[in-house]
Design a protein around this ligand. Structure first.
Ligand code: BGC
Length: 752
């Protein structure tokens, strides 16, 4: 013991004296300024540009090492549905699989930040144990349009729900002592021409929608990093927009981490560095050369250079690599699979349940239809895909849950899937899973199957991902084969007085209005991760009572959505001279804040298929008389929810506020808070409390560049969805309030 103490003392003395003696300065948390003072300009610039690395195969990027100063390389790898690294490595039989958690859209359907935090606490543990420093997630662009190819990586059409989910996501991951990167900042709402598209957005729509979710996530989640997007915003690349990255993000919202670019090199590296984009990823020599030249010429000042370097060092000292964390490469994947399954159970949405078709008894013989029953969509494609060991499909899940499946259908779909994938391999084509055709089954065969089975479960699938948006034909809308299949199945099964259940294993919103009447029940698990199919089976069987609700609207027709007029769903639009192509080179967000339910609520003439916030349960809930009381800076609303049905379940209460007239013209109601009950047994009640501040009630006045909350009487609506209001209250604000902010986002004339 004594000997150990002596050695410790010696080491301590050494760490204080030795570096000075042999002129070796090593980075510590408390000597960042000294380190900066001792760095050469070349070293400083090195830190601002990512570089190659091989520490963790499959990681998206690295920051550079400066060995002389004890500055380690740090590792950045994708999310958001889990960690994305390569599962196999040369020279070892060990595997490096990660858990495929439910995608963000499904997590948002839980309306449960606590659940999200639990999920990402497990996810962050994989980040830590696989030797990664930052998870490049959450993806949190708003669902401006249902066809955005990456919507499954994002949460919602509503900024409050999106912001709260992202904040919870960040807190969970970062609990592990690793970082996150809230992305893609900002207005990165389409994949078509994603590197160059100029999003032209009014300040009001930016502040209230496209920045609001980031504002909440930054203030409540405190991410270590933010990723600037590829696109331009009002004529300038976001990564080069000082107003966005410095004035708004840091000065107004208090962000104190680093901003990194999305992956690629753009002209204007110097402008990016000056704007407050600290790190260029994945990093190229040309970027080092440009910054170095600019520092030498004085275009980038010493202060600007040191400012970015300081932030990089403040980031580095927090990382596991800096701390010398000995990662195991062996996270507990079994335990995390349980978390992933539970998360899906708590989030899946029941859209339709005529005559209590669900839950099934469990003893039925089930005819399971659809290629997706084998080719299950756990996540999506692109950088958001996770290399999981296995994604449970519906055939496996239903069997494991104890259902008896029609074997001939099981075999048929397995064989079709095997043939399709074999052909794809033979043709050597890049597998475009989106267009795997649904196999046909003759009407006669379906008639026979209807006689021999008790119920039909039809799995409809959609996959999409980074780099391409979805289409209306054969994607948003059903394909003709799917429509025919549904028609034949419902005709034959209903003739036999048997029911039809549809499972929507989709990465984004599809058209439901034209066919939903044909079927008895619809379950929506989105892309629910590697264990999601098990959760669906448990819901079909009634082992789990669904409690998710829609984080966006399902319109009747695609063209009912205002953004459909400016979204490049039609590839014809991409023709024409570069730089001028409407919706490709630039997109006018002329709908302003009329996105999603904000539009549908304000225009009662347009009906929807399923409203925002909608979702059924196997039980029923009653809302008691609500109360709204003033607090020091806003209001506190409470309502008691009672389970009035026969099954244990959870209810989500959505708090919408209708503002008084007199202030800015607002949507007729806006989501301002939400809460979810615990599991309530039949007859059990819980009182939910939700708080709103006066600032959160504000709308953005472009002319004054200020957030404004009008005086007057506000209606508070306690909804089971945006249209299903169960209780009402009101409160009065005696005086108006305003919060001025900088007008730095670029004024732009938005025309149709
Ligand atoms: C994507 C990002 C991702 C990055 C690194 C980019 O193409 O847009 O979301 O984090 O690649 O893989």
């Amino acid at each position: 013991m004594k000997k150990l103490n002596f050695i410790a003392l010696l080491c301590l003395a050494c760490s204080i004296t030795c570096p000075a003696q042999n002129n070796q300065l090593i980075l510590r948390e408390d000597n960042i300024e000294t380190v900066i003072a001792s760095m050469t300009i070349e070293e400083k610039v090195t830190l601002l540009v990512g570089g190659p690395g091989d520490l963790v195969p499959g990681a998206a990027g690295y920051t550079r090492e400066i060995a002389r100063l004890g500055i380690p390389m740090t590792v950045l790898a994708d999310g958001p549905a889990g960690l994305r690294i390569q599962p196999k490595r040369e020279g070892t039989d060990q595997t490096f699989y990660c858990t495929g958690f439910p995608t963000s859209t499904l997590l948002a359907s839980s309306w449960d930040p606590e659940l999200v935090e639990t999920v990402t606490t497990a996810m962050g543990n994989e980040v830590l144990e696989y030797g990664v420093d930052v998870l490049l997630a959450p993806g949190m662009n708003l669902h401006r349009n249902p066809l955005c190819g990456r919507n499954f990586e994002y949460y919602s059409e509503d900024p409050l729900l999106s912001g709260k989910m992202a904040a919870a996501y960040i807190r969970g991951v970062q609990k592990n002592g690793v970082g996150t990167s809230a992305k893609h900042f900002a207005a990165n709402n389409q994949e078509t021409n994603r590197l160059e598209n100029d999003a032209r957005v009014s300040n009001r729509a930016l502040r209230e929608l496209y920045l609001k979710n980031f504002e909440i996530a930054v203030k409540e989640g405190k991410p270590w990093t933010v990723m600037s997007s590829y696109n331009k915003l009002n004529g300038e690349y976001t990564q080069q927009k000082h107003g966005l990255l410095t004035t708004v993000l840091r000065d107004e919202w208090g962000f104190d981490g680093i901003v990194m670019t999305d992956w690629g090199v753009k002209d204007g590296t110097v402008k990016s560095a000056k704007a407050g984009n600290d790190l260029m990823e994945p990093g190229r020599q040309v970027e080092i050369d440009r910054i170095l030249a600019a520092v030498n010429e004085g275009t980038i000042s010493q202060e600007e250079l040191d400012r970015n370097v300081r932030r990089m060092l403040q980031y580095i000292v927090k990382t596991p690599h800096f701390r010398g964390y000995k990662f195991s490469n062996k996270p507990d994947l079994k335990a995390h699979a349980v978390v992933a399954r539970k998360a899906a159970e708590e989030s899946i949405i029941l859209l339709r349940n005529e005559d209590n078709t669900l839950p099934l008894k469990g003893s039925e013989k089930v005819a399971l239809y659809g290629l997706t029953s084998v080719d299950f969509v756990g996540i999506g494609t692109g950088s958001g895909e996770v290399n999981t060991k296995h994604i449970v499909n519906m055939q496996e899940a239903m069997t494991a849950a104890g259902f008896t499946l029609d074997e001939s259908l099981v075999e048929y779909y397995r064989a079709c899937f095997a043939t399709q994938t074999a052909t794809e391999k033979m043709e050597g084509s890049a597998i475009d899973k989106r267009h795997r055709p649904e196999p046909t089954i003759s009407a006669k065969a379906i008639e026979r199957q209807a006689q021999h089975n008790d119920v039909a479960v039809v799995v409809i699938g959609r996959i999409a991902g980074e780099g391409a948006d979805r289409a209306v034909k054969d994607d948003f809308e059903l394909t003709s084969i799917e429509r025919e299949l549904l028609q034949n199945i419902s005709m034959s099964y209903h003739k036999e007085l048997k029911q039809v259940v549809v499972v929507l294993n989709i990465v984004g919103v599809i058209e439901t209005a034209s066919w939903k009447h044909m079927v008895d029940a619809i379950v929506l698990p989105w892309a629910p991760g590697q264990e999601g199919a098990n959760a669906v089976a448990d819901i079909l069987k009634g082992k789990v009572n669904p409690s998710g609700k829609l984080p966006m609207t399902f319109p009747i027709n695609y063209m009912d959505i205002l953004t459909s007029y400016t979204f490049p769903y039609n590839w014809e639009m991409t023709k024409g001279r570069k730089g001028e192509r409407k919706n490709v080179d630039y997109t006018q967000y002329y709908e302003g804040i009329d996105v999603g339910y904000r539009h549908f609520q304000s225009d009662p003439d347009v009906e929807v298929s399923y409203p925002f916030g909608y979702g059924l349960s196997y039980t029923t809930f009653a809302y008691g008389k609500p109360s709204v009381k003033a607090t020091a800076d806003g209001i506190k609303a409470t309502v008691t929810v009672t389970n009035t049905g026969k099954v244990t379940g959870r209810e989500i209460v959505e708090l919408y506020v209708a503002a008084p007239s007199g202030g800015l013209k607002k949507p007729s109601r806006e989501l301002k808070a939400f809460a979810k009950t615990k599991l309530l047994a039949p007859g059990e009640s819980e009182t939910l409390t939700m708080k709103i501040t006066a600032y959160e009630l504000a709308s953005f006045n472009d002319e004054h560049s200020a957030w404004e909350t009008a005086a007057g009487t506000y209606q508070v609506l306690f909804g089971a969805s945006v249209t299903d209001i169960r209780a009402k209250a009101s409160f009065r604000l005696s005086k108006s309030q305003s919060w001025e902010v900088n007008d730095v986002l670029g004024t732009i004339q938005i025309t149709e």
